[in-house]
Design a binder for this molecule. Structure first.
Ligand SMILES: Nc1ncnc2c1ncn2[C@@H]1O[C@H](COP(=O)(O)OP(=O)(O)O)[C@@H](O)[C@H]1O
Ligand SMILES: [Mg+2]
Length: 354
């Protein structure tokens, strides 16, 4: 088992910087999720940890040891890829044994014992004689994970491992990965562009954008207190509503939709701020309400309704019960849960401490 430390790690391809000054401490046995939009540098960061890409500058520590220059096979790391990368002509058993036979001098009995144990954990004992083309996507995924586990790595890396599975299977595999982490006490670093995967799997999340870390924290902490408007709108679905407001004075904000000024911040906030409000922090009211708007669209999705409301120039989503959901075109009055409201700097988008 091992901790992982990225110390001001940078990656450039030629003159193009792809990953900027990433400093991140991953604790022993943590499930750390690197999340961000496509192209933001997640895979590059993971591949530097695996030793599949050189680190342009900065240091990488695994288990407290400097591994910046260490060859991949000497890092005690195993990686599971989105494509599974199984050998098509080999059985599951052979796929799992092959790497161990190539890179270690383990006796055959030990290799077989490890495969049996891991197969038991992953429920793939019955598949061991099959080749990849005789397995479903989810089964191949398990064999790929099994192949990584038999190496008994200190750190297990995943790069978008569920992207090729259908929604139902993805859901089930999420649960299994979580169970696996709890059972095996492994340090896991997991890359995904899917914020739901990040929220449900991570003990902590590291959110990336354009090659930079934006925020690192426990999922609910990031959800409730995003550090900037980028994180605020990336995490959470439907996304957080953002309403640019004018700070009049003494923390009182004005917006085209407000029935009167709303006191939200302290008096020293900037002139121009953005109010961030999540769909579950707004409710329809029969009274005058804090704001008035017009319903653009109401989606009834079984147990609840998601209602898009135009508030002056801005659009927010309200999560309501199906019974309370107004129809498209209706004028509505709304109340905000101001105890949960957050403000961002109008120009920089950075969160303002309230
Ligand atoms: N081998 C490479 N040579 C040049 N540019 C690369 C290479 N690999 C990745 N990149 C670029 O680095 C950026 C980050 O890529 P990547 O780490 O794969 O992003 P993500 O995994 O978040 O989608 C992208 O703009 C990509 O085009
Ligand atoms: Mg990637």
């Amino acid at each position: 088992m091992a901790s992982v430390v990225f110390d001001t790690v940078c990656k450039s391809y030629g003159s193009r910087a792809t990953v900027h000054d990433v400093s991140l401490e991953i604790e022993d046995k943590e499930f750390m999720v690197l999340v961000g939009p496509s192209g933001c540098g997640k895979s590059t960061t993971l591949r530097m940890l695996a030793g599949l890409e050189d680190i342009t500058s900065g240091r990488l520590l695994i288990g407290g040891q400097d591994m910046t220059q260490t060859a991949p096979q000497n890092r005690d790391i195993a990686m599971v890829f989105q494509s599974y990368a199984l050998y098509p002509h080999m059985t599951a058993h052979r796929n799992m044994a092959f790497g161990l036979m190539k890179t270690t001098r383990l006796p055959k009995e030990e290799i077989n014992a490890r495969i049996s144990e891991v197969a038991g954990i992953l429920n793939i004992t019955d598949l061991l004689d099959r080749r990849p083309k005789e397995m479903s996507g989810g089964e191949r995924q398990r064999v790929a994970i099994g192949r990584a586990l038999v190496r008994q790595p200190k750190v297990l890396l995943f790069d978008e491992p569920l992207s090729n599975l259908d929604a139902k299977l993805r859901n089930r595999m999420r649960g299994e990965l979580k169970r696996l982490h709890q059972e095996l006490d492994l340090t896991i670093v997991y890359v995904t562009h899917d914020q739901i995967e990040a929220m449900t799997l991570g003990t902590r999340i590291a959110m990336m954008s354009e090659g930079r870390l934006q925020q690192v924290g426990a999922p609910m902490d990031i959800y409730l207190n995003p550090s900037n408007t980028f994180v605020a709108t990336f995490i959470g679905s439907p996304e957080m509503g953002l309403m640019p407001c004018r700070h009049e004075q003494d923390g009182v904000l004005a917006h085209a939709s407000f029935t009167e000024g709303l006191r939200i911040g302290p008096s020293d906030i900037p002139r121009s701020v953005i109010l961030g409000i999540r769909p579950e922090e707004v409710s329809f009211t029969a009274g005058a309400g804090m704001a008035r708007g017009q319903v653009v669209r109401a989606e009834l999705i079984g147990a609840e309704a998601l209602v898009e409301v135009a508030l002056g120039p801005d659009l927010i989503t309200v999560r309501s019960t199906v019974a309370d959901a107004p129809l498209a075109g209706n004028e509505v009055a709304l109340d905000f849960d101001l105890s949960r409201a957050r403000l961002f700097h109008g120009e920089t988008g950075q969160a303002i401490k309230l």
